[in-house]
Design a protein around this ligand. Structure first.
Ligand SMILES: C[S@@+](CC[C@H](N)C(=O)[O-])C[C@H]1O[C@@H](n2cnc3c(N)ncnc32)[C@H](O)[C@@H]1O
Length: 353
């Protein structure tokens, strides 16, 4: 058995996002990703300074190529090294990314969920789901029930997953549709795309953006495409647009209860996230496959963790209330203290509706 010590270097930009919380968040995320490979695959996770530079360090026995490929996806990991004495040996850590990462970095707008945090949220949710061990192997199905201008959808597509979303704000979805169209053309990715009224029984129910994307030309020709499907409608109606029990994960960054930018008329949207959660969780839960997981980020200033967790548990979900998931909370700014709740739909039996 080879026991080795590793050092993970943080992306320089992580400090801008999370300030002093960044190392702790990377440590927690690495532990969660390692947990996909098995219990206690990494131990003695700590923060350390090597040559005056901060690192997250850990110890692992016989760390295999597949485990490294899991860890490589940590949202703020810049580089991984094996530590021998004073020397750092680079470890090749290829990310899962199937498209260029400018897909998640180009969009910039008020109210955007930061792309590193979005990746973390998706990672930790997938890790808690029954699909975790297929994270690297299969196009998972991701639903963001409050998708805004598509940060989660883009991250899902970056991983080569299928992405579905719903948001009540038509302007957000329209802006996202424009971005997607331009991006796919500019990158010369083979695709189909449409954005128009969604009709049923001659009634207009909302608007829908639909795209099919080939990760390569050959894949597109062979009909191997990723599906992007976004609806403008109230999230509580999600069951009218997407098939029940069809998503591996439901991932969303809930409204923060603070106004972003100057768009006033969000009406109903500005109610607390707890109200939204209470009324929408039954519909969101029904979207999950058995064993699927829901990962939600929200502002603890407007809803305490225990109350949000109680809503999820009240609908038959198993809340992951254990280490290292309890170490994901961090301050965003004066008005936002963000936390992450992850919960699983039981693998057998039906979740309460
Ligand atoms: C924090 S934002 C999500 C931002 C998104 N992750 C992004 O980066 O573009 C929360 C979103 O929830 C949406 N929302 C709030 N209430 C909703 C409802 N009842 N139905 C659908 N969407 C809702 C808002 O329109 C807003 O876009």
């Amino acid at each position: 058995m080879t026991t080795a010590r590793y050092a993970a270097l943080l992306l320089p930009s992580a400090n801008r996002v999370y300030a002093e919380a960044s190392l702790g968040l990377l440590a927690a995320e690495l532990e969660i990703l390692a947990g996909i490979a098995g219990p206690d695959r990494v131990r003695d996770v700590a923060t350390d300074h090597l040559g005056g530079v901060p690192y997250v360090t850990f110890v692992a026995d016989d760390l295999g190529e597949r485990e490294v490929r899991l860890l490589a996806n940590a949202s703020t990991l810049y580089a991984l090294f094996r530590v021998e004495g004073d020397a750092l040996h680079p470890v090749a850590a290829p990310r899962l990314d199937r498209l260029d990462d400018d897909l998640v970095t180009i969009p910039k707008y008020a109210g955007k969920t930061n792309e590193q945090f979005t990746r973390l949220l998706l990672n930790v949710t997938v890790a808690a789901s029954a699909s975790a061990d297929q994270m690297l192997d299969r196009p998972l199905r991701v639903l963001d029930p409050v998708c805004g201008r598509g940060s989660t959808l883009n991250q899902a597509l970056l991983y080569g997953y299928h992405a579905s979303g719903i948001d009540v704000d038509a302007a957000d979805v329209e802006a996202y549709a424009t971005f997607v169209r331009t991006y796919l053309q500019r990158k010369r990715l083979k695709h189909t795309v449409s954005f128009g009224p969604l009709r049923r029984d001659r009634k207009v129910l909302g608007k829908r953006l639909e795209a099919t994307i080939g990760l390569t030309k050959e894949a597109f020709k062979a009909g191997d495409v990723r599906v992007l499907d976004v609806v403008v409608a109230d999230t509580r109606r999600v069951g009218e647009f997407f098939r029940q029990g069809s998503f591996d994960v439901v991932v969303g960054d809930l409204p923060y209860g603070v106004q972003h930018g100057s768009r006033g008329a969000k009406g109903d949207l500005q109610r607390g996230p707890l109200d939204l959660l209470t009324s929408a969780v039954p519909a969101w839960t029904a979207m999950l496959r058995p064993g699927g997981a829901m990962g939600l980020a929200w502002n603890t200033h407007v809803a305490p963790r225990a109350e949000a967790a109680a809503v999820l548990a009240g609908h038959g979900l198993e809340v992951v209330d254990a280490e290292p998931y309890l170490r994901l909370r961090h301050r965003v700014d004066q008005s936002i203290d963000r936390d992450v709740l992850v919960a699983r739909r039981p693998a057998t039996g039906r979740a309460a509706r």
